[in-house]
Design a protein around this ligand. Sequence first.
Ligand code: C2E
Ligand code: CA
Ligand code: CA
Ligand code: CA
Length: 279
Amino acid sequence: AKALGGSRIEHFALHQRHELGRRMALESHLRRALERGELYLQYQPKIDLRRGTLAGFEALLRWQHPEYGIVSPDEFIPIAEETGLIVPIGEWIVGTAIRQMAAWREEGLPEVPVAVNLSARQFLQGDVVATIEHLLQGAGLGADALELELTESVSMADPERSLAIMHQLKKLGVTLSIDDFGTGYSSFSYLKRLPIDKLKIDKSFIHDMVHSADSRAIVGAIVAMAHRLNLRVVAEGVELAAQAGALRDSGCDQAQGFLYARPLDAFDAGLYLAVRPER
Ligand code: C2E
Ligand code: CA
Ligand code: CA
Ligand code: CA
């Protein structure tokens, strides 16, 4: 038998086994999450920084499991990606967001675009373009109602194929946005070749803006350069009025974050739409 207390290695192995156990359990539960109705979307408002009005929503996926509680998308999206479950789940996400917009329109609420996150595998597998076109048609919505947020990993995985898909989506009339901008390796000259409409500056830069002149300079430079390339700029993770002020000064177009609203359940997002707060 081993000495009391065990070795670091044993601890490590135990920890790994525990992690692996959770991962395997999550994976098998995720396979049934859709049919069991455990997935739902929340909608986080995006604010037009100049007008102070609601500019749109970002749809964010949630998983409420009966035992595990709320599982973070940062934990289960990678599992969904690796297992390919992201394809059916992703279709459900896009369909749900589109049906929600149609429902709001039925209620006579103002129409604002909803942005959906598309992960690399979802983007490159399946037939995203036909699926999206079909879903929009089914709901009687124009393509300008839908925005897609793509990370740089999408175009890194298969540059040629992703470029072709982006062009098809663009032709359809969907707004394309690069998410988490600044955390990857894309240069502006590379971006210029993508048929995108928007950049979303990663929240790490926004967070650092308050105490770092360098971060403020970087954000200012990103906004200026993006505007030169005819791209709109969104800042995510805006928590403080000081950040919003600095972003407004830099000319940033839209902001999203806890300062304005947390991600809201569909019902509350509908109320938010009805009130359409001006700030
Ligand atoms: P993301 O696309 O960068 O989403 C922004 C994240 O920042 C969300 O976390 C949001 O709740 C959070 N957030 C919003 N405002 C603030 C703020 O003021 N401060 C801070 N600290 N955080 C803020 P969430 O919902 O946990 O999502 C995490 C990531 O999971 C997303 O990052 C995205 O990569 C992925 N994800 C979420 N929903 C979907 C989805 O429907 N499809 C795909 N493929 N990925 C998704
Ligand atoms: Ca996003
Ligand atoms: Ca982001
Ligand atoms: Ca992210």
